[in-house]
Design a protein around this ligand. Sequence first.
Ligand code: NZQ
Ligand code: ZN
Length: 386
Amino acid sequence: MQSFTYFNPTRVHMGAGVISKLSEELTAHGIQRVLLVFGRGSIRRNGVYAEVLTQLSNAGVEVVEHGGVQGNPVLSHARSGVALAKEARVDAICGVGGGSVIDEAKAIAAGAASNSDVWDFFSGNASPNQVLPLFTVCTLPATGSEMNGICVLTNEETQEKNALVKPGVLNPTVSFLDPHSTMTLSPVQTAYACTDILSHVMEAYFTAQTEWLPLQDNLMAGVCRATISAMDGILKKPDDYDARATFMWAATMAWSGIVQAGVPGTSMPCHALEMPMSAVYDMAHGAGLSVVIPAWIAQATEGHARRIRSFFKTVFDVDVPGMTDAARILRAYYQRIGSPVTFAGAGVSNPDVAQLVLLAAASFAQRGMTDYTTERIQNIYEACLQ
Ligand code: NZQ
Ligand code: ZN
């Protein structure tokens, strides 16, 4: 097992009605003025916005609104959030929505506590050492952002989509996870979420640097089996509370670093390949993953293939003789739940592969992953065309 340090300062309230604890948490933290960050309308439609406003009012907190966060959040909107937070002198950020809202809220929490331009944190020119306290109400379980120290932002001028990783610093202070708030997610949004949850675990499981880790492998397989079974439950009955709750906590488990701790060589190549896809074509992150992961698997090296075989046996209970078999089975699963497996299926009929290769190659180079040559990257993207 690889040595590691694990620290996660986020307090999580999970279950039906937990948003009602927001006011006492704000009071306990001495918060007086918040920037309320949210997206493009889903929280108004499902009643979460009204619930949160009641809590803010109960806590006697002044509210400055910063709505309109888009999926795959962009730098210009985060910058305006930082300016607003500074101008209004808020003492906390409250992010209410999915991963995009929570990620932008994190970027604002970091930018508002610093004199650096917020993109400097994402380009590696600066590192946030302190952030404003962040309270999140998660309405889309997928990214794990509600309990991790990561946020992802797209610079729409350069089309770079970069992750800022600062565990222990960027983690929300308190997160509220009410499965009821996820029941308005459509089947396809839930399918994208499922793809993302599974990918966070699979990318670690597929490491080429170990044979078998008794604890981590069982944890990872358990999270995936529970996610798959909860997804089936949700497809049958979208308001199945237990299925929604299992799905929600599985998302948090999958990408808060717990199941991956101690696993060597977790380099997330499929995420590196997906980021340019959702940056250039604004596709859902989960949709991009279900397109690119099978293509990556079909071309996996023998080191990864050993672990891929073991994953398919443990999670899907199938023997996969070759990697094309594994890719075929995974594509069939994604199609069954409603996530696309080609660029065209994701709404991009004629992608600019050369541009995607350039962006992905720069990202692999930045991570020091020199085995991802431009030729290898191009072959994977081309396999996503059909
Ligand atoms: O615009 P709003 O109103 O927020 O609507 C959203 C959006 O249209 C909607 N939605 C959210 N909750 C809902 C709902 N609709 C109905 N009912 C609800 N309860 O869903 C749409 C997608 O939301 P979004 O937040 O964009 O999705 P997701 O949670 O998948 O977040 C994706 C972003 O997170 C990044 C991705 O790259 C992408 O930018 N990631 C962040 C990670 C992290 N911080 O650790 C890791 C991930 O691998 C990922 O890269
Ligand atoms: Zn992801």
